[in-house]
Design a protein around this ligand. Structure first.
Ligand code: GCV
Length: 695
């Protein structure tokens, strides 16, 4: 029987039998080899053994084909990059070979062309930040508990099962090019630097190493006092500096390839150099000096803001710009994508491209703290693509955030990108089957920051949902998926993913609104929440500023003047309500309810239509998903179906809560053709208060 006939036959078999249930644990690495392969490699190492094993167990090329793995330097290949061809992978490093193997296998499975090509990474360091606490909880984690730490007397033991899970974790990361893991929360317990925890860190590092993953730790700036018994943690005190040097030496004696420290200092109650009258540069440089003899890095976060009169969106820039050029070479400033805090949409942080004499790295949030957590289907690559392609204009047109951070525009000593992980102990790692796509997309963009969100979604769907082990959908000879599968599954699911972030923006906070979440949990709406005694910059009215005149935060020269932190022509474009893009309108402007938008609608009507559209978009996602049922195993199908139902109810609550609340100020009617709210504002407020009491 020819392959094509088998494919068609299998397709009908597929229609009549349920696909095998899948728990999602295998992520995008479900492909099984169908053919044998002859792998030749003259060098030996643990990493190369993994590369050979991966090829043998996953080969989907022609049977008995020969493939050569060659570790040999080549000027065209940078860092851990590789040269890929049908029968040969060449790299400067062993890990480069492993990356090449994963690339080759991905292409075999997705039917992408394989021709001779050099693939180099956009960033030297591609890092996951785990906000895992040492008691096993995860700050902003929605997929179970930590895979590294746990509570109680067993917290420091390491079992065979632990090691197996860490290995699976490492493999998944390596398959998408991630090469670093920060193992603990940025709100760091000083205990992480005690001997027992360092011993456990070494055990983790030993498992991650063959997969090319370096281990990093978040550190608490007050550690010299808390665990070292010193009277101060002043970075300019010689005893303090010596304490850190000794600690770093101890770490490297256990973990020779240790990556370095991540530091949250003088932010949200964390200690830092300013507690001793010193600057962020003083603090970062002291740690950098301790790490530098061993090749370690300091990733110093710019997420700083205080309850002052200055607009929160301006504070990181005000704090860090004057320090540009004062940091050691092995310090890199880690900046969140937007100036506030991982909102569904923010303009890029003005620090990107502005700090020209300092290495700067983007921090993205993979875990969906503000995007429906593990309930809402929101594919984040579209947001990250928008961010990376944002033009800062810092060196003229085309100075995108990507170029400003990957070393192509400024001679950054180091380049890096971080993503706050969405991984936990849940069997499918991420809680929502589609949240896996965000982990995947982060890795792919960190490797190649010019990839499109569409291409990444395409790859991910093929790897995650096709039944390629049974040849039922792939014509192996031509590596092409059946037209039916492409038209009726791949296309609609991809479209749903690509629309999902904009849908969330629509039903949560359209037109540049931001941070109108219910307090603490950041899940549902809470535009009303402003109890007395709470920091103003932690309450939604600080951000939406709705009143009888209008809505939005005036960040033009008549307001906080945050626009002045952007380069021209952005400054002028954002300042003028006629030229400011609609997506950022209420981020930069406080506008009257009857302000006329570019499409001729009033601002109030436009707001209503956006909320309404968001709800309708999720209803469409439900229909799309129901229509693809026959292509998905029942376990994952019903999981997603149930979550979409909840997302739809949540979207309705978002719309009703925000519109009913804002209408108290606008006093304008809902547009005639808009679906009416189905909830009462008083009930929604009461429910929100009750949920806080239960907590
Ligand atoms: C780890 C936000 C989150 C906090 C987080 C903080 C940060 O404020 O809500 O949970 O703390 O960002 O990035 O440091």
């Amino acid at each position: 029987m020819s392959r094509k006939i088998i494919t068609i036959f299998s397709f009908f078999v597929l229609l009549s039998f349920d696909l095998q249930a899948e728990d999602g644990h295998d992520l995008w690495l479900r492909g099984k080899g169908t053919n044998s392969v002859n792998v030749i490699c003259s060098k030996k190492s643990p990493t190369l053994s993994i590369a050979m094993q991966e090829l043998r167990q996953g080969w989907q090329g022609k049977t008995n084909e020969k493939i050569e793995l060659v570790v040999k330097s080549d000027k065209a290949i940078k860092g851990d990059g590789f040269r890929i061809g049908k029968n040969r992978i060449q790299a400067n490093t062993d890990i480069g070979i492993l990356y090449g193997v994963y690339e080759l296998m991905r292409r075999q499975q997705t039917g992408e062309n394989i021709y001779e090509e050099v693939c180099n990474p956009s960033y030297e360091r591609r890092i996951l930040n785990h906000w895992d606490n040492l008691d096993g909880t995860i700050e902003r984690g929605y997929a179970g508990s930590s895979i590294f730490w746990r509570k109680g007397k067993d917290s420091l033991t390491v079992t065979y099962t632990d090691k197996q899970l860490w290995q699976e974790y490492a493999r998944a990361n390596a398959s998408i090019g991630i090469n670093g893991s920060v193992l603990n929360n940025v709100n760091a317990s000083p205990a992480i630097l005690t001997a027992d925890y360092l011993k456990k860190t070494k055990e983790i590092a030993d498992v991650l190493r063959p997969y090319g993953i370096r281990t990093y730790l978040s550190v608490n700036f007050a550690s010299p006092q808390v665990i070292g018994g010193l009277k101060t943690s002043d970075p300019l005190n010689s005893e303090v500096a010596q304490w850190w040097k000794n600690k770093v030496k101890e770490i490297y004696s256990l973990i020779p390839d240790f990556g370095g420290f991540l530091v949250k200092a003088n932010s949200e109650g964390q200690p830092g150099p300013q507690d001793f009258g010193r600057t962020h540069a003083d603090g970062a440089n002291m740690l950098a000096d301790a790490l530098s003899p061993f090749g370690g890095m300091v990733m110093w976060r710019a997420f700083v803001y205080n309850p002052s009169d200055e607009d929160r969106a301006k504070q990181a820039y005000s704090e860090f710009m004057p320090l540009d050029g004062q940091f050691r070479d092995n310090v890199i400033i880690q900046v969140k994508n937007g100036p506030i805090d991982f909102q569904p949409r923010e303009p890029f942080s003005p620090l990107f491209g502005a700090m020209k004499k300092t290495s700067v790295m983007p921090e993205l949030q993979i875990t969906q703290e503000y995007l429906g957590q593990s309930v809402h289907l929101v594919y984040l690559a579209t947001m990250w693509e928008e961010f990376l392609k944002s033009d800062t204009y810092q060196e003229g047109k085309g100075s995108t955030v990507a170029c400003c951070t990957d070393g192509s525009l400024f001679p950054q000593k180091h380049t890096a990108i971080a993503g706050v992980s969405n991984i936990g102990s849940d069997v499918n790692w991420c809680g929502h089957p589609f949240a896996q796509s965000n982990w995947y997309a982060f890795g792919r963009l960190a490797w190649n920051n010019s990839l499109s969100s569409e291409q990444i979604a395409d790859e991910w769907i093929k790897l995650t949902f096709s039944d390629n082990s049974g040849e039922s959908e792939i014509d192996v000879e031509n590596s092409i998926y059946s037209p039916d599968w492409q038209v009726n599954f791949l296309q609609p699911v991809k479209q749903m993913m690509l629309n999902s972030r904009e849908a969330a923006v629509n039903y949560m906070m359209p037109l540049g609104l931001h941070h109108i979440f219910a307090a603490d949990h950041h899940y549902g709406p809470g535009p009303w929440w402003a109890p007395t005694g709470v920091r103003k910059d932690w309450t939604p009215p600080y951000y939406h500023k709705a009143d009888s005149i209008g809505i939005g935060f005036d960040r033009t020269a008549t307001g906080s003047n945050a626009v002045s932190q952007y380069q021209e022509p952005l400054q002028s474009m954002f300042s003028n309500s006629q030229t400011c893009p609609d997506i950022y309108l209420l981020w930069f402007h406080h506008l009257p309810w009857n302000f006329i938008m570019k499409d001729g609608q009033t601002l109030w009507d436009e707001l209503c239509y956006h909320y309404d559209k968001g709800v309708r978009q999720v209803r469409e996602f439900q229909k799309t998903w129901d229509q693809v049922q026959r292509y998905v195993d029942s376990e994952r199908f019903s999981q997603v179906q149930t979550k979409l139902r909840e997302q739809c109810m949540n979207a309705q609550v978002w719309k009703d809560a925000c519109l009913l609340y804002f209408r108290q100020f606008s006093k304008m009617p809902f547009p005639n053709d808009m679906e009416r709210p189905v909830n009462n504002l008083e009930d929604l407020i009461k429910k929100d208060e009750q949920s806080r009491k239960i907590k």
